[in-house]
Write a protein that binds this ligand. Structure first.
Ligand SMILES: [Zn+2]
Length: 255
C-alpha cells in the first residue's frame, strides 16, 4: 500500500501491509502481452492481456484511469474483445462504462454482484468519489465460462500446427462479495485473484455481501489446489504465488 493514501482507502482495500505496488509492468511471454496498471485512488490492479498475433485483448478490472488503459491498448494496437469484472466494488468496475463506450467490448460480471453495482452511487459516497457512469452487464462471469484470445488455426509462418489460443477460466470465489470471481490462465500460469487473495492477506469481508467463512472456503476449494508456482496477481498490491501464500499467509494457516 503506497504511503499517502487515506486510512479509509486502506480500510476499503482490506489488504494491510501487502507491500508496494508493482507499478507499470509490461511483460510479453509466449506471444501474450500483459500489462498491469494500478488505477484510481485505491490503485486497483487493472490487467490488460493482448494476443500479439490477433491483436485482440481482454481487460480485467478497469476501475479508473481509462485514458491510461486506452493508451496501453493503442501502444500495442490492441482491440478489446471482452471486459471482465472480478467484483462490483467501485475501484474495480468504476471505469467499465467508459471503456465499453470507447471500445464497444461487452462487460462480463457475476450476476450475484448486480445489486452492489446498482448501488455504485452509495459506494462512491462512502469513498467521497464522484459517481461514475454505469453500464449494462452484457454476459455473466460464472463458473465454467472460458474466454479465449488468439488464433485457433495455428501458426503457418513457423509451421506450428498447434493453435495459439490462450484460455481464461472464470472461477467463482465468493466471500469478499457474493459475486466475486477469479480468472485462471493455465497457459500463462497466472491467476487474477481480484480481492479474494492478497500477498499476506485476504479480502475484507465486513462490507455488504462479505462473508468471512465463505472467502476461506473459496480460497481452499478454488485457489489452493492450483500449482504452487502459479503467479497470483491480486486486485491490489504486489504479486505472489500460490505456494508462497500457502506457506506464509497468516489467514490460510488453519485451512
Ligand atoms: Zn473489493
Amino acid at each position: 500500500m503506497p504511503l499517502g493514501q487515506s486510512r479509509r482507502a486502506q480500510e476499503w482495500q482490506g489488504a494491510p501491509g501487502n507491500g508496494v505496488s508493482q507499478g507499470h509492468t509490461p511483460s510479453i511471454q509466449s506471444g501474450m502481452i500483459h500489462e498491469i496498471l494500478p488505477v484510481g485512488m485505491l490503485q486497483c490492479n487493472c490487467s490488460i492481456f493482448g494476443d500479439e498475433k490477433t491483436h485482440e485483448a481482454i481487460v480485467i478490472d478497469p476501475g479508473d484511469n481509462i485514458d491510461a488503459v486506452l493508451a496501453v491498448l493503442q501502444k500495442h494496437s490492441l482491440k478489446v474483445k471482452t471486459i471482465v469484472i472480478t467484483h462490483a466494488h467501485i475501484d474495480h468496475i468504476g471505469g467499465a462504462a467508459k471503456l465499453k463506450a470507447a471500445t464497444g467490448a461487452p462487460v462480463l460480471m457475476n450476476a450475484k454482484d448486480q445489486e452492489l453495482y446498482d448501488h455504485l452511487d452509495v459506494q462512491a459516497s462512502w469513498l467521497g468519489m464522484e459517481n461514475p457512469t454505469k453500464t449494462s452487464i452484457d454476459a455473466e462471469a460464472r463458473e465454467g465460462v472460458t474466454l479465449t484470445l488468439g488464433d485457433k488455426t495455428g501458426d503457418a509462418a513457423t509451421g506450428d500446427a498447434k493453435p495459439g489460443v490462450t484460455e481464461f477460466h472464470i472461477l467463482e470465489t465468493p466471500g469478499h462479495t457474493q459475486g466475486s470471481v477469479s480468472v485462471w490462465i493455465p497457459s500463462e500460469n497466472k491467476l487474477l485473484a481480484g480481492d479474494t487473495l492478497f500477498r499476506d492477506s485476504i479480502g475484507r469481508t465486513d462490507l455488504p455481501g462479505g462473508d468471512g467463512r465463505q472467502i476461506l472456503r473459496s480460497i481452499k476449494k478454488q485457489l489452493l489446489p492450483l500449482p504452487e508456482d502459479v503467479i497470483v496477481i491480486p486486485g491490489h498490491g504486489a504479486n505472489t504465488t500460490i505456494g508462497r501464500e500457502k506457506d506464509r499467509n497468516p489467514f490460510l494457516q488453519n485451512l
